[in-house]
Write a protein that binds this ligand. Sequence first.
Ligand code: SF4
Length: 203
Amino acid sequence: MGAVLTQAVAWRNVETALARLKAAGLLEAEALVAADRAVLEAALRPTRYYASKAERLLGLARLVLSYGHPGRVGLQALFALPTPPLREALLSVPGIGAETADDILLYGAERPVFVIDRYTHRVLWRVGWWADPRYHYRKLQQAVEEAMAGSVEEYQEFHALLVRLGKEVCRPNPLCRQCPLQAGCLAARGQRALQAPGPALQG
Ligand code: SF4
C-alpha cells in the first residue's frame, strides 16, 4: 500500500492515509474490494490523486485475491512466485509502473531488486556515475545491480540513503556544501549539468 500511496507525496501523508485505512478496517484485500468507493477515497485524500490511487489499490487487492482467499493467503501465494513472474504480475495491474512494482518487490517481497526513482537518478547522474544521456529505468537499474550485486538489505539501505540525500541535500537546487559526496561530484565542480539531458525516465 505504501508503495502505491507514496507516489508524488510526502511519507507523512501516506502515514495519515494508512491510519485512516486502518481505522476504516480497509487494510486487507477482501475489505478493500468490498469497500464503499467514497469511503476508500476519503481515506486516501491526503495522498493527492486519491481516485487513481484507490483504483491501483483495488487492482492490487484483486490480484492478491486471484491467488487465494483470504487476502493473507493470496499474498503468500503471490509472493511465493519467482521474481520475474511476480514483477510481471504486479505490472499487469493498471497504473502500477516499474518503480512501484520494484518498490513492492524490494520492500514487500524482499527480493534483491534495486529501485530507480527521481532521487536515485538525480544523484547518480550528478555525481557522474551515470553518464549515458539515453538512460531509462531498466538500463540504470541493471547498471546499479551489476555494479553492486547487493543483498536485499544492501539494496534497501542504499536506496533509502539515496532517497534521503535526494530529498534533503541533492535537491533540484542542491546544497552541495552539506553533501558527503561533494569531493567526488562532477556537478559540484561544474563539470556536469544539474539536469540530465536525456528523455524522461521510462519504466
Ligand atoms: S555534491 Fe551537490 S550535486 Fe553532488 S550529489 Fe551532493 S548535493 Fe548533489
